[in-house]
Design a binder for this molecule. Structure first.
Ligand code: NAI
Ligand SMILES: O=C(O)/C=C/C=C(\O)C(=O)O
Length: 482
């Protein structure tokens, strides 16, 4: 059984405590590796390494820094198949998805920010003949990234790439539930002889090593993606220490289907939006509102498509839906199906744990589940479930669709399906979400601001927003002497 290691100062090291945590494979329920249960001693060593590496990395010519990140991107791209397989085993997601989404984006994130940092510039503000202001944007120093289990290497690199590109050194904590690809990434760093101490990876539990990272006085900024409750706790710890925080939290995203949509394209994408990655993407559209004239037709076609989805071993190429990430998460999701029934929901398909045979007999599989007849304000329609469950509901007017969509505490992402461009513009303006997709879903341009409103988070990632987050602005005002 493989024992993963931390990555500190360019070395793969066991935890100071010698203690390890079990890492099960979600598709089989069997422990297949173990990960360091890191503590303060590991953190202190990582901080020391990051502080030591900072001056050289920060002051390195920009082109050289960009070259290092491009080298990392190439290494990740070359290892793409190995990483995809590792992600499928560690997370339970279908290998085809891990290849085209997770592995692909991990390399793309590194490449994007390698290039972006060479294009990054700061502002100047003229005061006419009197003075000129210019803004310096220097790296913050040692920063932390804390990433979740749903898109493990994808989100790990989405955070470390801008942090490194902006000239910071990093302490990165991947989720203890899906540690494997971050470990393989550390090995790639070693292979290409990436400068020691610039990136340090600590494994372990959120409430122990994660909390210690957030509390450490040397960490000046934290970029976090995960659940809203954890984000709230993290903010309560870090805010009194005046740390810079980027919080990318949960969602309860609405999909608005209008009668004038392109029916087949909409159907394909609404299914994808609800069930991609087993519904475990913060952007998944789990509340589907359908204009009444097409409600019955859309519902019938939607349920047929969902029933036809291939649920199976993540390592099979034909699998479209894999296992949920953990036993605890599967139980949470199944608990929501019970709750939906108590709340009066009518299960149109799915609704149960799915039993496979052979290798995956004990895996954490849940049938894709479609529910209707639930009131808008019930818990099933208000709380983030983060699983293969969606609800259907008819609406009659644009105003009603808008109020249904805006009617939760979350504000991350929404998609609108209609061929009436005026309606789309009107809605886009009024929808309280950080991301509005029109006739598409999860179409990503890495230059755009990414993040949520309301309980979905604080701050934006992506493009220049991320580089701004990972730098400290300093205004210099020069008075003209004549
Ligand atoms: N991308 C998203 O929007 C995600 C949302 N979630 C939601 O959150 C729910 C709970 O899932 P969890 O695995 O518990 O997610 P979580 O939010 O607790 O985990 C995310 C990361 O935060 C770390 N963490 C946890 N407690 C921490 C602390 N006190 N200080 C610092 N770091 C800490 C974890 O180790 C992990 O690396 C899920 O059911 C889902 O609804 C979970 C993961 C991703
Ligand atoms: O950056 C993206 O394209 C997607 C990000 C997804 C998440 O942040 C998430 O699921 O947590």
């Amino acid at each position: 059984m493989e024992m993963l290691q931390n990555y500190i100062n360019g070395e793969l090291l066991p935890p100071a405590s010698g203690a390890y945590l079990d890492n099960p494979e979600p598709a089989t329920g069997k422990v297949y590796s173990s990960i360091p249960d890191s503590d303060q001693r590991d953190l202190d060593a990582a901080i020391k390494a990051a502080q030591k590496a900072l001056p050289q990395w920060r002051d390195m010519p920009l082109e050289e820094r960009a070259q290092w990140l491009l080298k990392l991107a190439d290494a990740v791209a070359e290892a793409s198949e190995t990483l995809a397989r590792a992600e499928a085993i560690d997370n339970g997601k279908p290998i085809a998805f891990a290849r085209t989404v997770d592995s692909y984006r991990a390399a793309a994130n590194l490449r994007f920010f390698a290039n972006a940092c060479t294009q990054f510039s700061s502002e100047s503000h003229s005061m006419g003949n009197e003075a000129i202001n210019y803004t310096l944007r220097d790296p913050i120093g040692v920063v932390a990234t804390i990433s979740p289990w749903n898109l493990p290497l994808y989100l790990f690199t989405w955070k470390i790439a801008p942090a490194l590109a902006a000239g910071n050194t990093v302490i990165a904590k991947p989720s203890e539930i899906t540690p494997m690809t971050a470990y393989l990434f550390a090995k790639l760093c070693q292979e290409i002889e990436f400068p020691a101490g610039v990136i340090n990876i600590l494994h372990g539990r959120g409430p122990s090593i994660g909390q210690a990272i957030v509390e450490h006085p040397a960490i000046k900024a934290i970029s976090f993606t995960g659940g809203t409750a954890t984000g709230k706790h993290l903010a309560a710890t870090a805010a009194p220490m005046f740390k810079k925080l980027s919080l990318e939290l949960g969602g309860k995203n609405p999909t608005l289907v209008f009668a004038d949509c392109d029916f087949e394209t909409t159907l394909d994408n609404v299914v994808r939006a609800a069930f991609a990655n087993q519904g475990q993407i913060c952007l998944c559209g789990s509340r589907i509102y359908i204009e009444r004239p097409i409600y019955d037709r859309f519902k019938k076609a939607f349920v047929e498509r969902v029933k036809a989805m291939q649920l199976g071993d993540p390592l099979e190429e034909s699998t479209q839906l894999g296992a949920l990430v953990s036993k605890a998460h599967m139980e949470k999701v199944l608990g929501y199906i019970d709750l939906a029934k108590q709340e009066g929901g009518n299960i149109l398909c799915g609704g149960n744990r799915h039993q496979l045979s052979g290798r995956c007999a004990d895996g954490y599989f849940v049938e894709p589940t479609v529910i209707e007849n639930l009131p808008l304000n019930c818990r099933t329609n208000q709380e983030e479930i983060f699983g293969p469950i969606c609800t259907l509901q008819p609406f009659d007017t644009d105003a009603e669709a808008l109020s249904f969509a805006n009617g939760t505490e979350y504000g991350l992402a929404t998609s609108v399906w209609s061929q009436n461009i005026n309606r789309c513009h009107q809605l886009a303006k009024q929808l309280d979400f950080g991301i509005v997709w029109i006739n598409t879903w999860l179409m990503r341009d890495l230059r755009t601001p990414f993040g949520g409103m309301k309980a979905s988070g604080v701050g934006r990632e992506g493009g220049l927003e991320a580089l701004r987050f990972f730098t400290e602005p300093k205004n210099v005002c020069i008075k003209y002497s004549i």
